[in-house]
Design a protein around this ligand. Sequence first.
Ligand code: ZN
Length: 141
Amino acid sequence: MADWNWWPQFHDPSLRLSLRDQLAVHWDANLRMLRDWRACVAFVWISLLPVPLLFLLPAAVMLNWDGTSPAAPALAALGFLLYLFLQHLAFAAAMRRTYIPFVRIALTAQGHPTCLRCGHPLGPVPPAACPECGSAHREPG
Ligand SMILES: [Zn+2]
């Protein structure tokens, strides 16, 4: 689970969920997250971190452009690609930090007991402690 991916890993790949089960888990996780304003604020805050680049990069390019050089528009385009890259990283980080805990709670609530700390699947009869990280198992509220 600690391995870095381009897209957040919502649960252990050994847990094979049907599309219907995945939708049910994410619906539940979304509703749970929406009831936690701190998680929502953190998600929006982290997601918006790269947005100033959208304004600063073109402004910096235009201020230094003589109006004829093709380098400036190319630089602006490169800056926009950089923004998209950083925006994706910020969105993925926001999901990892603020949304995935709710996915783990939803998985457990929907009959797939999952360690709330590390995301390790705990099997149909969860042990008292996670065999992966040692965190105590608790039922979601
Ligand atoms: Zn664990």
